[in-house]
Design a binder for this molecule. Structure first.
Ligand SMILES: [Zn+2]
Length: 140
């Protein structure tokens, strides 16, 4: 696994949705989130700017899920159900991208992935749990 990859091809499980990704900082931005939705979804996400994702096929197959404040937009393939990317609430100028959708990348390639304390979301104005609530990232 090359942690410094800048671009990648990506797709959902069934292949209906295909997109290309330009990452903000390779795979170094990999993280999980413990909010009510992410802890069910279980995906590891990496960061891309809004213009860093180009959907090349199957845009009409994407469904969007919004909850709570509705500010984050979680996209998934309506055929196979796989989460592809989401427009962030913490930074609406960014997408989180499902690292497992990137060609040749598996979330199991990471030794450890930091956890964003999404329960105490910064946008809620509630103090976060602090560093103790986060895992440290250890490069593979
Ligand atoms: Zn699919």
């Amino acid at each position: 696994m090359d942690i410094d990859i800048t671009t990648s091809r990506a797709s959902c499980h069934c292949g209906a949705v295909r997109f290309s990704v330009t990452l903000t900082d390779g795979l170094r931005t990999a993280r999980r989130c413990n909010c009510s939705y992410c802890r069910m979804r279980g995906a590891v996400a990496v960061s891309a700017q809004l213009d860093g994702i180009v959907v090349e096929q199957g845009e009409d197959m994407l469904s969007v899920y919004q909850f709570n404040t509705g500010s984050a937009k979680h996209y998934f393939c309506s055929k196979c159900g796989i989460y592809t990317f989401h427009q962030r609430r913490s930074n609406p100028g960014q997408y989180g991208v499902n690292v497992a959708c990137l060609e040749g990348i598996s979330p199991f390639d990471f030794a450890e992935v930091p956890v964003l304390d999404g329960v105490n979301h910064p946008a809620d104005g509630v103090p976060s749990a602090g560093p103790a609530g986060f895992l440290r990232y250890v490069p593979a």
